[in-house]
Write a protein that binds this ligand. Structure first.
Ligand code: ADP
Length: 459
């Protein structure tokens, strides 16, 4: 029943109001109980007795205290107590069922001095109305009557209950109305977020206006940011599925076509058959590489563990230089290097080698025979910078911004291109190192890829 924010707010207001009404009612009732004006009749009875008795305080019959108190009690219908100032009771007309009255010197003193009707308690916590009067320097006469019970209740029910109930009811109605408005006011921004979340689930972006209390504004900002990310992620996912299916379609179609030709017996001669099977094998390899690359990329994007360690960059780079010498020579390229002594870095050596291999492989692949590749590395105060530059065709400026995207291949190099995943993977690896990988054009033509790995603070 109270599963909505509004009903919970209403309930809490209701409880608060009820609590306040009870508190005020209880407070007024107990103040009322302590108000001597309510017991006017009883107080009057005490005062009359006191005034009647006063002129006789000096009479000798006061000497027999026991008799005196009994007489007073009988005559005025009150309880009479004669007590020493220190609270010691000398004589008490109390009936057998009346328990002793606790009296303290200070209180007695005050009562006698003020001569006002006061409340005192007996030992069984019964409350009495009392008047005290000094009858000689050490002694006090106390006149007391039990606090009449009926008076308070009757006064309360006849005089106070009606206005109390009426104002309570009016207060309750106003409070409930206010509570309704307040709860609506407080829960309105939450409902906006709820409706935006519904839209988001249905794939629509609904911006939440930045209004309402501060916490709600913060929530709206976070929610808007989150919905952007959700939609971007959804879009990226759709693009990925479209790209992957597109990439797989070409080799699959080739494999289907070639294998069908073999089955149909269209290919007769043994060399043709051999060539066709090799083509099928090449296409299958391409698909397998693509799938492997995708798996690697997915793992990297999911934040796969890296094995960071202290890496001496120069030997690693020199090893890669040697590894690519043969392919470069075969491609008719001049491959030069300038790798100075480098400070150690924190890196995952295998992954780093993967990135540099990819960049060198691209340079060899895309630079036409007769070209040059220059592989250099140096360190500055904050990073080790590795540069792989070639004087190949370069990348058109309007396409340069996309080469790190998944599956992106520059149009002019399409027939040499692979899956278009190499640079996307490389960038992920470099980012995980806290580094940076960027492209720079080389003049008059050519490409340079610059990899910066921070010193010391790499994760
Ligand atoms: P691929 O597997 O196609 O090489 P990459 O992600 O490594 O994929 O590269 C993306 C595209 O960037 C390549 O298809 C190519 O068009 C372009 N490219 C990369 N390196 C070079 C380079 N050194 N010279 C010219 N174009 C390059």
């Amino acid at each position: 029943m109270f599963d909505s924010l509004r009903s919970r707010l209403l309930l809490s207001y209701g409880i608060l109001i009820a609590f306040l009404v009870i508190l005020i009612g209880f407070g007024s009732f107990s103040t009322l109980l302590k108000n001597p004006q309510l017991y006017e009749a009883a107080a009057q009875q005490l005062r009359t007795a006191q005034q009647d008795l006063r002129p006789r305080y000096t009479l000798t019959d006061l000497v027999d205290y026991d008799k005196t108190v009994d007489r007073i009690a009988k005559k005025y219908g009150v309880r009479a107590i004669i007590s020493a100032y220190d609270g010691d009771i000398v004589a008490d007309s109390g009936l057998p069922e009346d328990t002793d009255i606790k009296l303290y010197a200070v209180k007695l003193d005050r009562m006698a001095a003020r001569n006002e009707v006061a409340f005192i308690r007996d030992r069984s916590n019964g409350i009495w109305l009392a008047l005290a009067d000094q009858i000689d320097p050490d002694t006090v006469l106390i006149l007391a009557v039990r606090r009449p019970r009926l008076g308070v209740v009757t006064f309360f029910t006849s005089e106070l209950l009606r206005p109390f109930l009426l104002s309570g009811l009016a207060g309750l109605v106003i409070a409930v109305l206010l509570a309704l408005l307040l709860s609506r006011w407080i829960s309105a921004p939450v409902r906006k977020i709820e409706s935006a979340a519904h839209s988001l689930a249905a794939g629509q972006r609904q911006l939440i206006p930045l209004e309402g209390p501060r916490e709600m504004k913060d929530l709206a900002v976070s929610f808007n940011r989150m919905s952007d990310q959700v939609l971007l992620a959804r879009q990226a996912q759709q693009e990925l599925v479209a790209n992957v299916s597109h990439e797989l379609k070409t080799p699959l179609t080739s494999i289907q076509g070639f294998s069908q030709a073999v089955i149909d017996g269209v290919i007769q001669s043994s060399p043709d058959l051999d060539r066709t099977i090799r083509l099928i094998h090449t296409e299958a390899n391409r698909m397998s590489r693509l799938v492997q690359d995708l798996v690697v990329l997915a793992r990297l994007e999911a934040g796969q563990e890296f094995h960071f360690e202290r890496v001496d960059a120069r030997p690693l780079l020199m090893h890669l230089f040697e590894k690519f010498q043969l392919p470069a020579v075969r491609a008719g390229l001049t491959f030069t290097t300038d790798i100075v002594d480098l400070p150690p870095i924190r890196a995952d050596g295998d992954r780093l080698a993967q990135v540099i291999s990819n960049l060198l492989d691209n340079a060899v692949k895309y630079t036409p025979s007769g070209g040059t590749i220059h592989f250099s590395a140096h360190a500055d105060s904050s990073a080790v910078e590795i540069r792989i530059a070639d004087d190949g065709p370069g990348i058109p400026p309007e396409e340069a911004g996309h080469i790190f995207d998944r599956f992106y291949r520059v149009d002019s190099t399409r027939e040499k291109s692979g899956s278009g995943l190499g640079l996307a993977i490389s960038r992920q690896i470099v980012l995980a190192h806290g580094g940076e990988l960027r492209y720079e054009p080389v003049l008059p033509h050519g490409s340079a890829f610059i990899l910066r790995l921070p010193l010391g603070n790499s994760r």
